[in-house]
Design a protein around this ligand. Structure first.
Ligand SMILES: [Zn+2]
Length: 244
């Protein structure tokens, strides 16, 4: 239903119009899904159902949040005290970025190198154009699996964090060891090997933890249980990497 509505709208209406009216369009779509069985904890909307995407992820039709974004928002708003912090957010989802822009942070800087997400900056994560110790919190979700020189990226994340600062990191994970092979370089081959055309590896939790430790971080991984009400996936892992 959601995809049908979206494709009908896409076919009928010019993109600029859709962008300008996205909020109105989402509100209309969300009416169709209104209910009380589920609740998106990002936008607070009650839903009869989430929208199930191709890979099984549950999307909120109102704000567009995915399970990992809803979990992230829960962590930031319920489990951590982020008020007053200087925050750097890589490739931010619109739903979580919207909430953080309203939050009483000391500073909120968004960055996206590829220009896929609406962001303030376009930093190269392997050479971040910011001074040492600039941020208290960095959110780096689903970025490192795109970066060939991930050791340089981790060093940079560590460098721009203040001592005691925290970097929240997530990527797709596999069991066992990290799977990477620099000779796999075409989009089609990367899709087949790593699950997405622009991914250069698949981490394991242990493998990424090890690399982050080598970059100087103290690392704890938390794997969360599912939550029916909020449409959170079970088995989702977030790495909390702290600058000692
Ligand atoms: Zn929502």
């Amino acid at each position: 239903m959601y995809n049908q509505l979206k494709s009908i709208a896409r076919n009928l209406l010019p993109t600029a119009f859709l962008k300008a009216n996205e909020e109105r369009f989402r509100r209309l779509v969300a009416l169709r899904y209104a209910g009380s069985t589920y609740r998106c904890n990002v936008c607070g909307t009650g839903l009869s159902t989430f929208v199930r995407l191709e890979r099984g992820d549950l999307l909120c039709p109102r704000c567009g949040s995915l399970p990992r974004g809803r979990r992230l928002w829960h962590v930031l708003s319920e489990e951590m005290e982020v008020r007053g912090l200087k925050v750097l957010h890589f490739s931010p989802s619109a739903s979580v970025a919207g909430k953080l822009r309203e939050y009483p942070l000391a500073e909120y800087v968004t960055t996206d190198f590829e220009g896929e997400f609406t962001a303030d900056k376009s930093y190269d994560i392997t050479a971040i154009d910011e001074p040492d110790g600039r941020f208290d919190l960095i959110i780096c979700y689903h970025v490192l699996e795109h970066i060939p020189d991930d050791a340089a990226a981790m060093q940079e994340l560590h460098r721009v964090l203040a001592p005691g600062g925290l970097c929240l990191i997530q990527t797709p994970f596999r069991e066992g060891d990290i799977y990477e092979d620099a000779s796999i370089a075409t989009a089609a081959d990367r899709l087949a090997a790593f699950g997405q055309e622009d991914h250069v590896r698949v981490y394991s939790v242990a493998g990424l933890t090890d690399r982050l430790r080598k970059a100087g971080f103290r690392v704890a991984g938390i794997t969360y249980p599912p939550n029916h009400l909020h449409g959170w996936r079970g088995g989702e892992t977030v790495l909390y990497a702290e600058k000692k």
